[in-house]
Ligand binder design. Structure first.
Ligand code: PEP
Ligand code: MG
Length: 628
C-alpha cells in the first residue's frame, strides 16, 4: 500500500489520547522534530484511533552484553550453562522423536540438522569454549556462549577454500544453537513487548498470532504492521483485544522513528507519522466520537436480539484469550460460541497438562455463569504458525525455521489431533472435567471427511470411559460434539456430516479462503478475499440447509458474523445464531432489531440468484442503507 507526505505546519503536540479507550498515553514523550507528516495506507483491521509514541519491535535474543561475574559465581554460572545445555538437548531430542510426523523428504532434510545441533551440545568446541570463558574469563553464561559462538563462526568463515555457502551455513548453525542456549538461559519470550512504554503505538514488520497474545491492551495504544490481511489470525486477535490496528501497510516498520508521534486509524486503514497539528486535532475528535459511539451501543446491552417480526437471534462471543472475559461480560453476549483454545499452547516450551487446561476451561465456564461455552479443540497449524518461546512448534515438534510446504493445506486442526491422540485425549479430558461447571459443547476444527468425525468420536468415547474408570465426575448429558464447517469439502458434505456431528459452526474465514484460493492473512491478495462471493454464499447456504433439514443446531462464527452489513443476508439464509468478537455484538444487535426476518429471506433469495460478486455487494450495501 502507499505512502504520502504532507508538509508539516507545526511540531506535534505531546500525545495524550489513547484509542477510543480510557487509558491515556503515558511514558516516553513523543519526539518533536521537523519531520514532515507521512501517511501510510494499509488494511483496516480493527477499528479505533490510537495516538501515541511509535515504537518498533525487535526479535530476540536481546543483545547479550559482555557481562562479568565475580570468581565466587563461577560454579553457579557453570551450573546455569549445564542446565541450559540439558534443556536444549531435551528440546532437540523431542523434535527428533516427532520427526516421523513429517513427510519423508522433510525428515531427511531436518534430521541431520538436529543431529548437528545435538553434537554441538555434546563435548564440542562450543561447549568446551563456553565453559572455559566462564572459568577463565569470568563472564556470564550468555556472554560465554555468544562470544564463543562468534569466535567459532568467524573461524569457519575464514577457512580457505571455495565452499562459501557451506561455510556460511555451518557458521549460521553455530549461531542458531547459541541462540537456543541464550533463550534457555534468559527465558525470553519470542517477541518481547515489555520494554515498550505505556501508551505506545507498535509498528512492526510482522506480528504472528503468538506475538499478539503477548500484547497488553491496557498498555499498548494501537498496532500496525507491514504485512498481514484482514481475516488472518493476527487480525482476529487484534480485534478481540479491541486494539486499533492496520496491517499490510508496506514500509511502516522501516519508517518508525522511536518516540515520534503516530496516529493509527483502524477503521480507515491509515497510519500518520509525525502528524501535523491539524491531523492531531482531527484524530482527537475521532477518539471522542468513537468513545461516544461505544457508549451509545453499550446501552443496547440489556435489549434482546430480536427482529421486528419476533425472530430471536442468538448472539455469542468468540474468545481467543482469557483477558477478553470482561469485554464479553460487557457485551451482553449469550455465551461463548467459539473458544479458540490455541492460546493455551502459545508462547511456551511444553504442552499444557490436563489439570492446567481443566483449570483454564473451568474458569471460563464459571465466568459465563450458566451461559453455554463452545470449546474448539486445538486448531494448530496453517497460517497460525504458532511458535513457543523457544521458537519451536511444541505440538508438532518442528525446529525453528521449519516451513511446511503448503501449511494451509497441510497438517492442521483435526488432522494433527488424530495424529497426536495424546494431545487430543488430554484436551478432551480437561474439557469434560470443566463441563461439570456449566453447559459446554466441543467443536472439531478443519474437518473435511466423515471418517475424521467418526475417529474423533471414538477417541472422545474412549476418554469418557477412562475418566469414568478414574472415578471422575462427568456432566450428564455429555457435551455434544460438533464440527466447524470451514472447508468447501465439509460444506458440500454437510448433509452426510450431519449424521455424525451434533452441531455445525460455520467458519467463514477459512471457508472463503479455501473456496476462493486466497490466503486470508496476505495483504497482496486481500482484495480478492470476498466472503460474499457467490461460491462462498452457496457453500454457506448448502451447509445451513443441511443443518436445518436434519435439525442440527447451526451458527456462524467466522468474521462475517461480526459485520452488520451481512446480517440480513445470513438471517435470510436461515441462520439464527452468530458468534463474533465481543465488541461487534452491539452493532450486530442494533442491525437485527431493525430487520424483519421475512424481508431478509426474500432478500437472500434475490442475492442467491446472482453470480456477480460486485452486484451482490451492491445489493448488500443497498439493503443496509436505511430508507430516506
Ligand atoms: C473460521 O475459519 O472462520 C474460524 C472461525 O476459525 P479460525 O478463524 O480460528 O480459523
Ligand atoms: Mg478456521
Amino acid at each position: 500500500m502507499s505512502r504520502t507526505e504532507t508538509p508539516r505546519r507545526r511540531p506535534a503536540a505531546p500525545a495524550t489520547t489513547a484509542p477510543g479507550r480510557a487509558a491515556p498515553a503515558r511514558g516516553a514523550a513523543p519526539a518533536r522534530g521537523a519531520a514532515p507528516e507521512q501517511t501510510f495506507h494499509g488494511i483496516a483491521v480493527s477499528p479505533g484511533i490510537a495516538i501515541g509514541p511509535a515504537f518498533g519491535t525487535s526479535e530476540p535474543p536481546a543483545e547479550v552484553t559482555h557481562q562479568k561475574i565475580p570468581a565466587a559465581d563461577i560454579e553457579a554460572e557453570g551450573a546455569r550453562l549445564e542446565a541450559a545445555i540439558a534443556q536444549s538437548r531435551k528440546q532437540l531430542g523431542k523434535l527428533r522423536t516427532r520427526l516421523s510426523l513429517l513427510p519423508e523428504d522433510s525428515q531427511a532434510e531436518i534430521a541431520p540438522l538436529i543431529d548437528a545441533y545435538l553434537r554441538m551440545l555434546g563435548p564440542s568446541r562450543l561447549v568446551r569454549g563456553a565453559r572455559r570463558r566462564i572459568m577463565e574469563g569470568l563472564v556470564a553464561a550468555e556472554t560465554a556462549v555468544t562470544e564463543e559462538a562468534d569466535a567459532i563462526a568467524a573461524a569457519i568463515l575464514t577457512i580457505p577454500g571455495d565452499d562459501g555457502p557451506g561455510r556460511r551455513r555451518r557458521a549460521e548453525e553455530v549461531h542458531e544453537i547459541a541462540r537456543r542456549l541464550v533463550r534457555n538461559l534468559t527465558r525470553q519470550p519470542y517477541l518481547s513487548f515489555s520494554a515498550l512504554p505505556d501508551g505506545a503505538v507498535l509498528l512492526a514488520e510482522q506480528l504472528r498470532p503468538a506475538d499478539v497474545a503477548l500484547l497488553d491492551p491496557s498498555r499498548i495504544a494501537g498496532v500496525a504492521a507491514s504485512v498481514g490481511g484482514r481475516e488472518g489470525h493476527t487480525a482476529v486477535l487484534l480485534r478481540a483485544l479491541g486494539l486499533p490496528a492496520v496491517l499490510g501497510a508496506a514500509g511502516i516498520a522501516e519508517a518508525v522513528r522511536p518516540g515520534a508521534v503516530a496516529i493509527i486509524d483502524g477503521a480507515a486503514g491509515t497510519i500518520i507519522l509525525d502528524p501535523s497539528e491539524q491531523s492531531l486535532v482531527a484524530a482527537r475528535r475521532s477518539v471522542a466520537a468513537f468513545a461516544r459511539d461505544r457508549a451509545r451501543l453499550g446501552r443496547l446491552r440489556r435489549l434482546s436480539a430480536e427482529t421486528l417480526d419476533g425472530q430471536a437471534i442468538e448472539l455469542q462471543a468468540n474468545l481467543e484469550l482469557p483477558r477478553e472475559l470482561p469485554l464479553i461480560a460487557q457485551s451482553g453476549a449469550a455465551g461463548i460460541g467459539l473458544l479458540r483454545s490455541e492460546f493455551l499452547f502459545m508462547n511456551r516450551e511444553d504442552l499444557p497438562d490436563e489439570d492446567a487446561q481443566a483449570d483454564h476451561y473451568r474458569t471460563i465456564v464459571e465466568a459465563m455463569a450458566g451461559d453455554p461455552v463452545t470449546i474448539r479443540v486445538l486448531d494448530w497449524g496453517g497460517e497460525k504458525d504458532i511458535e513457543s518461546s523457544g521458537g519451536d512448534d511444541i505440538v508438532r515438534g518442528f525446529a525453528p525455521g521449519f516451513v511446511e510446504a503448503n501449511p494451509a493445506l497441510g497438517m492442521r486442526g483435526i488432522r494433527l489431533l488424530l495424529r497426536r491422540p495424546d494431545i487430543f485425549e488430554t484436551q478432551l479430558a480437561a474439557i469434560l472435567r470443566a463441563a461439570t461447571a456449566g453447559p459446554v459443547r466441543i467443536l472439531l476444527p478443519m474437518v473435511t471427511s466423515l471418517a475424521e468425525v467418526r475417529d474423533a468420536r471414538e477417541i472422545y468415547e474412549r476418554v469418557v470411559r477412562r475418566l469414568r474408570r478414574r472415578g471422575e465426575r462427568l456432566p450428564d448429558p455429555l457435551p455434544p460434539l460438533g464440527i466447524m464447517i470451514e472447508t468447501p469439502g465439509a460444506a458440500l458434505a454437510a448433509d452426510a456430516l450431519a449424521f455424525e456431528a451434533d452441531f455445525f459452526a460455520i467458519g467463514t474465514n477459512d471457508l472463503a479462503m479455501y473456496a476462493l484460493a486466497v490466503d486470508r492473512g496476505a495483504a497482496d491478495v486481500a482484495a480478492l478475499y470476498d466472503p460474499v462471493h457467490p461460491a462462498v454464499l452457496r457453500l454457506i447456504q448448502f451447509a445451513t440447509e443441511a443443518a436445518l433439514r436434519t435439525r442440527r443446531p447451526v451458527s456462524v462464527c467466522g468474521e462475517m458474523a461480526a459485520d452488520p452489513r451481512f446480517t440480513p443476508l445470513l438471517i435470510g439464509l436461515g441462520l439464527r445464531a452468530f458468534s463474533m468478537n465481543a465488541s461487534a455484538i452491539p452493532r450486530v444487535k442494533q442491525a437485527i432489531r431493525g430487520l424483519r426476518a421475512d424481508d431478509c429471506a426474500r432478500f437472500a433469495h434475490r442475492v442467491m440468484e446472482r453470480g456477480d460478486p460486485d452486484e451482490i455487494r451492491a445489493m448488500i450495501d443497498g439493503f443496509a442503507r436505511p430508507e430516506p
